[in-house]
Design a binder for this molecule. Structure first.
Ligand code: SF4
Length: 405
């Protein structure tokens, strides 16, 4: 029970449906138009961010070259800060680990996580008898729409304001006028989710970075939902893919800042650091775990093809990706199809490599043939993921040219 795999033919049909869906195209056009220009303005105002990105890229190379070492180091550091670490080789193993911690009949609040999408965690926990609520505004809306995330950091990019109003009315009975503006829509979602946060037994987050030296989870956001998901319920579970590891807390913080900047969100409103469960030693200097924040912090490290990819001459390059989504905004194919092109979870230029790593080379190779080969993605990536080379290699796997896997 993971993510739904589809054939190439089905993927093409989905793309054609998206291309002729006026509402989808209108939403996408408005979203892309509003995002345009933001990125360059940030870098013009803060040129020092490029130096930070270079440091992040160097650290990434170091971790990829020795991934298993950093996994061991992180597991040890997590134990030291009283978090409980787990290692999942596959998506299925990760789901089972989380289910064992969660159990059944619980209320769970989620903050947007691509790896949770990758392993099909939300649906799995729901089908296992839990009440699951996404709390990121975009993710919340796409769940109501029954859609998948259409961008790494802007999952509801294809949904217009009118569509959001319609979904809230139809699916949740929330009263909103036809002309409700963005502020009213966001306010309605906020009011609806407050009660879910308050009654949640468990909060599940991803992680933008994980510091191997301190076992600290770093999460960057603007909405404030991650603070509530990771700070309010008594139990916090972080599901983090292993390429998010960094040698030190300093560089993990830098990675989160770079991700926010290249996602067009700089300065980020919140930068969260979580090093184990909340605690106090205010009474007789005796340390007690579980003060105002969670009493338990569980960290599930997900491999799902990444360790093998770290030894692969081509696919290892994709592991440098910090999932900022910048390459997607730049891609002329993605601008028409959003994440309908790329695979069941990841889409656009970065989606090819991630689909190859997490699902299989064959699945990605067919889809890579739709790439125009313009190379715009290479130009904008903060950590120089060799996107064009990866896609070119995938095309060769499809056509039988070059070295076959
Ligand atoms: S490949 Fe580069 S630009 Fe694309 S999401 Fe990853 S880090 Fe960002």
């Amino acid at each position: 029970m993971g993510v739904k795999q589809i054939t190439y033919k089905e993927a093409l049909e989905e793309i054609y449906r998206g291309l002729s869906d006026e509402e989808f195209q209108r939403g996408l056009r408005i979203g892309v138009g509003n995002a345009e220009g933001k990125f360059l303005k940030i870098l013009e105002a803060h040129p020092e961010l490029r130096e930070l990105a270079a440091l992040v890229e160097d650290a990434k190379k170091k971790v990829i070259a020795n991934l298993e070492h950093y996994i061991d180091m992180a597991m040890e550091s997590l134990r030291k800060v009283h978090a409980k670490p787990y290692f999942a080789h596959t998506a299925e193993e990760a789901r089972e680990i989380v289910l064992k911690i969660v159990g059944r009949g619980k209320t769970i609040v989620f903050s947007k996580s691509m790896v949770a999408e990758e392993i099909g965690l939300q649906h799995f926990l729901e089908e296992s008898g839990n009440e699951v609520w996404e709390t990121d505004t975009g993710e919340f809306l796409i769940r109501l729409a029954g859609s998948k995330p259409m961008h790494t950091t802007a999952p509801a990019i294809h949904l217009s304001r009118q569509k959001a109003i319609e979904l809230l009315r139809k699916k949740l009975g929330i009263k909103l006028p036809d002309n409700a503006m963005h502020e009213e829509i966001v306010g309605a979602i906020r009011r609806f989710l407050r009660e879910k946060f308050a009654k949640a037994d468990i909060g599940i987050s991803g992680g933008n970075a994980l510091a191997a030296d301190t076992g600290s989870i770093v999460l960057v956001e603007n909405e404030g939902n991650i603070r509530l998901v990771t700070g309010y319920p008594p139990v916090h579970i972080a599901v983090i893919s292993v390429e998010k590891l960094f040698p030190s807390l300093q560089i993990a913080l830098a990675a989160a800042i770079v991700q926010a900047a290249w996602a067009g969100l700089y300065p980020p409103t919140y930068l969260n650091v979580i090093s184990g469960p909340s605690s106090t030693s205010d009474i007789e200097r005796k340390r007690v775990y579980g003060a105002h924040g969670p009493q338990e912090v569980h960290v599930v490290l997900v491999d799902n093809g990444r360790v093998a990819a770290s030894k692969h001459p081509v696919l290892s390059g994709q592991l440098k990706c910090i999932k900022c989504g910048r390459c997607q905004w730049e891609c002329p194919v993605w601008q028409q199809t959003a994440n309908l092109w790329g695979g069941p979870v990841y889409g656009g230029p970065m989606g090819m490599g991630w689909t190859a790593i997490t699902l299989g080379i064959k699945e990605a190779a067919e889809l890579s043939m739709l790439c125009l080969g313009c190379g715009r993605c290479d130009e904008v990536c903060p950590v120089h993921v060799p996107l064009s080379s990866i896609i070119h290699w995938l095309k060769q796997q499809y056509t039988g040219e070059g070295e076959k896997e």
